[in-house]
Design a binder for this molecule. Structure first.
Ligand code: ADP
Ligand code: MG
Length: 558
């Protein structure tokens, strides 16, 4: 064995640990879900690795997760015989926080003062392994990576430093040994060495884990005490079971397992396809947009399984970019276990499957709109801006996306409107769907462009998302009605040709004078019917970029 080294946690990791040690969670039981989830990932990785590398010296004969409690020592051990970690990986993965969102998380946590909000935030970010320190005052991690000779022992009490040493006698995989906090041990409810307690937590949070979770139990037979392992999870792939035999909470826990979100999902979607290309999918709409929904490196949340075997996370071939917030699992029967991302992108069956999944997601939202308007409102306010990207990228579903979209409007200051409702309210003779884009509702409302519309009682959609400029600019229409900006071109507010002519003659000299003097700044000066109280306003030409788009393009260097 090499000498023991003492290292410091990276600053951010230290902060996060502080939070765990002085736990602000109300629900500490979840530490076990995190450890089992890591063990399950490690077993998935090992199995995949052995498919890829036939020479890997690893024992895969009995892959499992084991829980061993020691009532005398007050320890709980969670161990797996999965992929394990090299020494460098232990330092890199456990001693630092590589996740890009963590700094952001800590900043937000500082801003939020009350405990409930903090817990909510932790839910959005997930803290994984560190949650051990909610229940333990000392944690030992012993690990050996599959294929490597030596192992690593890591120890910490979560206060700022950890020790690390290379050891010769570590079994393949990872053991996490928790020295339980004394105060919890005295409290019956939080006794993590009690068999009933461990069973309860595993059943609640980890039942669907596809690997056996085995608990070491004590049994008395004829006055002899024996210890043996008993599998305590059902291991049933949730997506393969029929909807009515699975309680809602199981779906919820499964969602939390795959999404690392601690909030309940908003909606669960089952898809089952039989025939030449068989697959099952279990998809979820989250109830909250993740903080990084609009960040470039954002991944997509659908996992691919082949015949119950986990293949990959973030499978971009299964969901288009604009539905990147959808989480879930797709299990296909007829793919090779060696399938790569490149092959998936080109596979015709996969493309068909993706089309079907997209349609199901959109139709679920449509149903929600009709049957559960409040749920729909939550969905749209969280994910609407992302879904609207589909108006540009998914021509096939444009109609449907417009159907499920809603927009702020001058009709109602509080409640957004659907396009169907807008069209329904259109008075006789109105041919266009009027809209105005801008940075915020108040900016749009104070614009002179709106005046005449307001005066005439015409409804105008108020589009304030950056993406709105782009799709609406693409010359869209809805049920035969073209979208028309109130800020662009000639607006056909009841044209009275005769009076126009008179006015043209009357104001002719003024217009000519203005045109000559403003020739460098504007293309044309004309009389307008769109204003009621403002004397003049600037309008773009029908084909022009809006000021916001112009700014965007300029910022992009075009
Ligand atoms: P996350 O699981 O979200 O990545 P964690 O804090 O739970 O975050 O774990 C950090 C990393 O440590 C994991 O991504 C994994 O690479 C590694 N790790 C944790 N537990 C294990 C384990 N039991 N076996 C192998 N690697 C592990
Ligand atoms: Mg984890």
């Amino acid at each position: 064995n090499t000498p023991v080294e003492t290292l410091e946690f990276q600053a951010e990791a230290r902060q996060l640990l502080q939070l765990m040690v002085h736990s602000i969670y109300s629900n500490k039981d979840t530490f076990l879900r995190e450890l089992i989830s890591n063990a399950s990932d490690a077993l998935d990785k090992l199995r995949l690795e052995t498919y890829r590398d036939k020479d890997l010296a690893a024992d895969t004969s009995d892959l499992r997760i084991e829980l061993v409690a020691d009532r005398v020592e007050r320890t709980l051990t969670v161990r797996d015989n999965g992929i394990g970690m090299s020494r460098d990986e232990v330092v890199g993965l456990i001693g630092t926080i590589a996740k890009s969102g963590t700094a952001e998380f800590l900043r937000k946590l500082k801003e939020s003062k009350d405990a409930a909000a903090s817990q909510d935030l932790i839910g959005q970010f997930g803290v994984g392994f560190y949650s051990s320190f909610m229940v333990a005052d000392h944690v030992t991690l012993l690990t050996r990576k599959a294929g490597e000779e030596t192992g690593t022992r890591w120890e910490s009490d979560g206060e700022g430093t950890y020790t690390i040493e290379t050891v010769d006698d570590a079994p393949q995989g990872t053991s996490v040994i928790l020295k339980l906090k004394p105060e919890d041990t005295e409290d019956h409810l939080y006794d993590y060495t009690a068999e009933w307690k461990l069973r309860e937590i595993v059943t609640r949070y980890s039942d669907f884990i596809t690997w056996p979770v085995r608990l070491e139990v004590e049994r008395k037979v004829d006055d002899k005490t024996t210890r043996e392992f008993e599998t305590i999870n059902s291991m049933k792939a949730l997506w393969a079971r029929s909807k009515d035999e699975v309680p809602a909470e199981e779906y919820t826990e499964f969602y939390k397992h795959i999404s690392r979100d601690w909030n309940d999902p908003l909606e669960t979607i089952h898809v089952k396809a039989e025939g030449t290309f068989e697959y099952q999918a279990l998809l979820f709409l989250p109830s909250k947009a993740p903080y990084d929904l609009f960040m470039r490196e954002r991944k997509r949340g659908v996992q691919l399984y082949v015949k119950r075997v986990f293949i990959m996370e973030d499978c971009e071939a299964l969901m288009p970019e604009y539905l990147r917030f959808v989480k879930g699992v797709v299990d296909a029967q007829d793919l090779s276990l060696n399938v790569s991302r490149e092959i998936l992108q080109q596979d015709r069956q996969i493309q068909l499957m993706r089309r079907r999944l997209v349609k199901r997601v959109l139709s679920t939202v449509k149903t929600m709109m009709a049957d559960a308007p409040e749920k729909y409102a939550t969905f749209w306010s969280e994910f609407g801006p992302a879904v609207k990207e589909g108006l540009l990228s998914d021509a096939e579903n444009r109609e449907t996306i417009l159907d499920i979209a809603s927009f702020a409007s001058t009709h109602d200051a509080e409640k957004p409107t659907t396009l169907a409702d807008y069209v329904e309210r259109m008075p006789e003779g109105q041919e266009h769907i009027y809209y105005m884009t801008g940075a915020s509702r108040s900016i749009v409302e104070s614009s002179p462009h709106l005046e005449a519309f307001r005066a005439k009682g015409l409804e105008v959609l108020i589009l304030t998302d950056a993406i709105d400029e782009m799709w609406v600019d693409a010359g869209d229409e809805y049920r035969g009605k073209k979208f028309q900006s109130v800020a662009k071109g000639e607006v056909d507010l009841d044209k009275d040709k005769e009076s126009d002519k008179e006015q043209d003659e009357e104001f002719g000299p003024l217009l000519t004078w203005l045109s000559e003097n403003l020739t460098d700044s504007v293309k044309q000066v004309r009389l307008s019917s769109r204003l009621t109280t403002s004397p003049a306003c600037l309008v773009g030409e029908a084909g022009d970029l809006t000021p916001t788009l112009e700014k965007m393009y300029r910022a992009m260097g075009q």
